[in-house]
Design a protein around this ligand. Structure first.
Ligand code: PEP
Length: 264
């Protein structure tokens, strides 16, 4: 019998919460959220909080994700954290987030190496891609998406590609509540199709159908349903709204209730 595809709801807490605050917040969420087979909830706290939260978290309820790491195994890389130092705490890792690309000038090569390193460590990479406002204005959305996929995945073999999750996060829509229109479903439908088409070109049609694609960009409890109902969108990556328990729990309820047409 076909089973509905699992939805992912990923909370990117970014550089917010001390470890004490993160622990209290996790406690609050764990009292309000029931484990669900339909929805995988993943929390991405700051690196400093990963170890204590990994001891506190019920992994049937939530998984943890790294917001960042360095892809080399060890060595003279001041300020960096290797996967070998956080393996065991996390099941997922965000890679190629636009804040890493554009604030910290992370290169395409580093992103590709991070995706490959995560796979080698049995950690699921969540590869973030998406066009900037300028690329969108210049009609270069499709090229930006294809280029980021080609380069971000260039170390990933056909055997391993099913271990990757793609998050489509148009840069102009991230943290844009105040200064940009939210993404319209049509923007996301087009991007989701482009992503699957490009994955099909790189790895074949079946893999393109199977790969999970999430959407992220200023999603809140009022807009979540519209995005989750899009056929081919397998979940959400949420920044600001994930820091507010009422918002985040409401989004999770919506995700549990959404009718998902897509089957395995
Ligand atoms: C993000 O950082 O991935 C994100 C989607 O943030 P926000 O929801 O705040 O736009």
């Amino acid at each position: 019998m076909d089973t509905p595809r699992k939805k992912y709801i990923i909370a990117n807490w970014k550089m917010n919460f001390t470890t004490g605050e993160a622990s209290l917040y996790l406690d609050k969420l764990s009292k309000r959220i029931q484990p669900s087979r339909k929805v995988q909830v993943v929390l991405a706290p700051s690196t400093i909080s990963l170890q204590p939260l990994s001891l506190q978290v019920n992994r049937r309820q939530f998984k943890l994700a790294a917001q960042n790491f360095y892809w080399r195994e060890y060595g003279a890389y001041t300020g960096e954290v290797a996967l070998s130092q956080i393996r065991g705490f996390v099941d997922y890792a965000i890679v190629g987030h636009s804040e890493r690309r554009y604030v910290f000038n992370e290169s395409e090569e580093d992103i590709a190496q991070k995706v490959a390193a995560a796979i080698r460590s049995n950690i699921t990479p969540i590869l973030c891609i998406g066009e900037t406002a300028l690329e969108r204005k210049d009609g270069e959305t499709a090229a930006a998406i294809s280029n980021q996929l080609t380069s971000g995945l260039h170390e990933v073999s056909k055997e391993d590609i099913s271990k990757v999750i793609i998050a489509y996060e148009p840069v102009w829509a991230i943290s844009s509540n105040k200064n940009a229109k939210p993404a319209e479903p049509i923007d996301i439908i087009e991007a989701e199709r482009l992503i699957r088409k490009h994955i099909a070109k790189l790895y074949g049609k079946d893999i393109a159908e199977e790969i999970s694609i999430l959407y992220g960009g200023s999603v809140n409890k009022d807009t979540a349903a519209g995005y989750l109902e899009i056929d081919g969108i397998d979940g959400l990556l949420i920044g600001s709204a994930s820091l507010i328990a009422d918002q985040f729990c409401a989004i999770l309820e919506i995700a549990k209730g959404v009718k998902n047409e897509r089957q395995y």
